[in-house]
Design a protein around this ligand. Structure first.
Ligand SMILES: Nc1ncnc2c1ncn2[C@@H]1O[C@H](COP(=O)(O)OP(=O)(O)OP(=O)(O)O)[C@@H](O)[C@H]1O
Length: 240
């Protein structure tokens, strides 16, 4: 369970407050206007950014000053963070340790996670020889291998077309949340949240609100969400 305890994060004139608990083993979407602070909040949880006030706790252990590599966290960014000069296997391997040497015992495990994401036989390719969707899968394989309980997704699938994005979201549910990982994902698309998120955190006007059950939130959107989505944004949701 992740707890943001009276967090205040400031960057220049920008300030964001967060004070809530995120349920373990669930998918929680972060949604809100551009510049509202969604990436900032993930950075603070991952440890790339120090909060000005408050604490970050995982299972009641204070990790506020823990270095990013020692946190129970894997993070996936939009560019997938794949190193172009390394093979898929080496890129995935970096989920375990910052070393390129793959010891024999790890090969089977790497092949297993590649199979889980549908990349069987592609271990020796370079990322440039993969499609965009396959690159996303390789990045997801690294998260699977890293085996950390909290996974933060900062719009990693936003450059994919609708069908590929839907496939990746379904993989997130089946390979991460279904085995008990806690997933927090930034998205601009309410349909993403409706597809896989159990709860939604609305980030707006300097506050990351406590998570609300996804269908309850979209059934009865608060003014800040309605304003963000606009009438056109709400129509497809209300139709479903
Ligand atoms: N290094 C920085 N110094 C000062 N302000 C910053 C810095 N980095 C980000 N900001 C500001 O912090 C605010 C939050 O940015 P952030 O990237 O977290 O928003 P976001 O909700 O993820 O936006 P988007 O949806 O566009 O990705 C923005 O107003 C941004 O201009």
């Amino acid at each position: 369970m992740l707890r943001c305890d009276k967090l205040l994060i400031q960057q220049g004139a920008f300030a964001l407050r967060a004070d809530f608990t995120v349920a373990a083993g669930k998918i929680t979407a972060l949604i809100g206007p551009s510049g509202a602070g969604k990436s900032t909040l993930l950075s603070a949880v991952a440890g790339f950014l120090d909060p000005d006030e408050g604490r970050v706790l995982w299972d009641e252990t204070d990790i506020t000053t823990t270095t990013p590599g020692d946190r129970p966290v894997s993070m996936l960014f939009q560019d997938n963070n794949l190193f172009p000069h390394l093979t898929v296997a080496q890129n995935v391997r970096l989920g375990l340790r910052p070393s390129l040497r793959i010891v024999k015992a790890e090969t089977a495990r790497i092949n297993d996670v590649l199979e889980e994401v549908g990349l069987t036989g592609m271990a020796q390719r370079k990322p440039g020889a993969l499609s965009g969707g396959q690159q996303s899968r390789a990045a997801l394989a690294r998260v699977l291998l890293a085996d950390r309980p909290l996974v933060l997704l900062d719009e990693p699938f936003s450059a994919l077309g609708p069908a590929l994005k839907a496939e990746m979201l379904d993989l997130v549910r089946s390979k991460l949340a279904a085995v008990g990982r806690t997933v927090i994902m930034v998205t601009h698309d309410p349909a993403d949240a409706m597809r896989i998120a159990d709860a939604v955190i609305l980030v707006s006007e300097g506050v990351a609100a406590a998570p609300v059950d996804t269908s309850a939130l979209f059934d009865n959107p608060p003014p800040a969400l309605a304003a963000y989505l606009g009438e056109d944004g709400l129509k497809p949701i209300l139709r479903n």
